[in-house]
Design a protein around this ligand. Structure first.
Ligand code: PGA
Length: 262
């Protein structure tokens, strides 16, 4: 078996927290986490674009081990794309992780697998790590199409990406019906789909990449269900929305090892 993958827990703040609120939240999170948490789990926060510079300054000046992330970017380096943010701009702010292809981007802003693939390449090309999202709707799951949908998203999202880049990536499996609904996938279902994602990665990029790529589960992750999810063989972390907005709750998720399952 491959070496143990370092767990990664990411807070996707979506369109919440202005930069003042963001500073407070990160300060409180930093205060709640201790050295043990940081050495055993990578913790990333993904605030809105307008907060990034403030959080970068805070994290760097206080030498926090909280890692800065973004929620999206454009695939072009620059150009006439009103309202968009280019990957090099994020890299300049020392953003390390960028969420790509979140289901809300796909559903509300029409992002396609092809665009997700271009964004993955732009993020990697600028020295950052993509957290590439995939996941099925409830209808797709009920119709028995969940695995095929996720497989297509993973294959198309990773098309033409170097194996060593795939190895260092993060893929977030987020069943759309579990996002923001309080309905978490059972740990068996989440494990089964994450194992499927790893199998597809092995087919696309080889066994070494599949052994190293980190796979997160996302969808109504809370302090009460994280330990059980993290105990699954193919779940290496979590992409957390609602429960990452409040520092105490997010810290409790990061400290999942302290929780008693069940
Ligand atoms: P949730 O969101 O934790 O609020 O369900 C997860 C996500 O969309 O990344």
């Amino acid at each position: 078996m491959a070496a143990k993958r370092q767990p990664i827990i990411s807070g996707n703040w979506k369109m919440h927290h202005n930069h003042f609120e963001a500073i407070q939240c990160v300060q409180k999170l930093h205060y709640r986490l201790d050295g043990d948490d940081h050495s055993s789990v990578d913790v990333t926060v993904h605030p809105p674009f307008t907060d990034l510079r403030s959080i970068q300054t805070l994290v760097e000046s206080d030498k926090m081990q909280i890692v800065l992330g973004a929620q999206n970017c454009h695939w072009e380096e620059k150009g006439a794309f009103t309202g968009e943010v280019a990957a090099p701009f994020l890299a300049k702010l020392n953003v390390a992780f960028v969420i790509v292809g979140h289901s809300e981007r796909r559903e509300y802003f029409g992002e396609t697998d092809e665009q997700v693939n271009l964004k993955v390449k732009a993020v990697l090309g600028n020295g950052m790590t993509p957290i590439m999202c995939c996941g099925e709707t409830l209808e797709e799951r009920e119709a028995g199409q969940a695995e095929a949908k996720v497989e297509r998203q993973v294959r198309e999202g990773l098309a033409g990406v170097l194996k060593e880049h795939v190895a260092a990536m993060v893929i977030a499996y987020e069943p759309i019906w579990a996002i923001g609904t309080g309905k978490v996938a059972t740990s068996d279902d989440a494990q089964a789909m994450c194992a499927h994602v790893r199998k597809v990665v092995a087919e696309v990029a080889g066994a070494d990449a599949a052994a190293s790529v980190r796979i997160q589960y996302g969808g109504s992750v809370k302090p009460g269900n994280i330990a059980e999810l993290m105990s699954q063989a193919d779940i290496d972390g979590a992409l957390v929305g609602g429960a990452s907005l409040e520092a105490d709750e997010f810290a409790a998720i990061v400290q999942y090892r302290n929780h008693v399952t069940g």
